[in-house]
Write a protein that binds this ligand. Sequence first.
Ligand SMILES: [Zn+2]
Length: 252
Amino acid sequence: MVNKYFMAVNGALLETQTGSAVVELSSAQLAEAEAVYAVGELENTLYSVVVLNEMGSQLYSPLNLRKLLGEATSEAEYIIFSRASQISVWHDQHRFCGRCGGVMEHHSVDLAKHCAACGLVQYPRISPCIIVLVTDGDRCLLARSPHFPPGRFSTLAGFIEAGETAEAAVHREIMEEVGIQVENVRYHQSQSWPFPHALMLGYFAEYAGGELAPDGVEIEEAHWYHRDHMPDLPPSFAISYALIEHFMLGKV
Ligand SMILES: [Zn+2]
């Protein structure tokens, strides 16, 4: 088994000057690290993320996470990239106990941190979101958020609120963002989405009534697109693209 390491500082992954996201490190280098977490095994290699101190990180540059995810050659590799990023964010954001302010320490058994003073345990945070492609016969609804690249349209998405079911979130988000009703909501697949720690639950839904009325805040434009005439779509590694592709292939 070969050991390879992602490097992180302040919750962000780093790359070498030659653009490599993983490196091999000596035991002396590992001993100076702030923390080391295993993130997964693939093809006889054990990947870990090593959290460097400010000094140790100076040889490296921030990595473009979207670019890295786009370079994944398999779902297994994508998961390792996503997990490395999420664990480095979690390590950075859970240094102190949210209950008593004590310093959080590594849990002895789980991938978790615990507070020696009050016993609070914190696991890596995952934020569930719904992402949904609304269809109406041969047309589907795509929308753009103000922060998208020019010309890009995608599926609707949003966070699930505390106490809410995923299905209720589908109905609520679509109504809030574009003002229409949907029916026949059905689950398709999920994807870990490390921006910064989302779990996207992918759905299809059918148009059931109402006029398109983008909220102007999260959604600046929304239109119906025929399956043969699509606008600029999200990158192929994104679940939004997988949902749209499924529709374009006539499987919805
Ligand atoms: Zn505490």
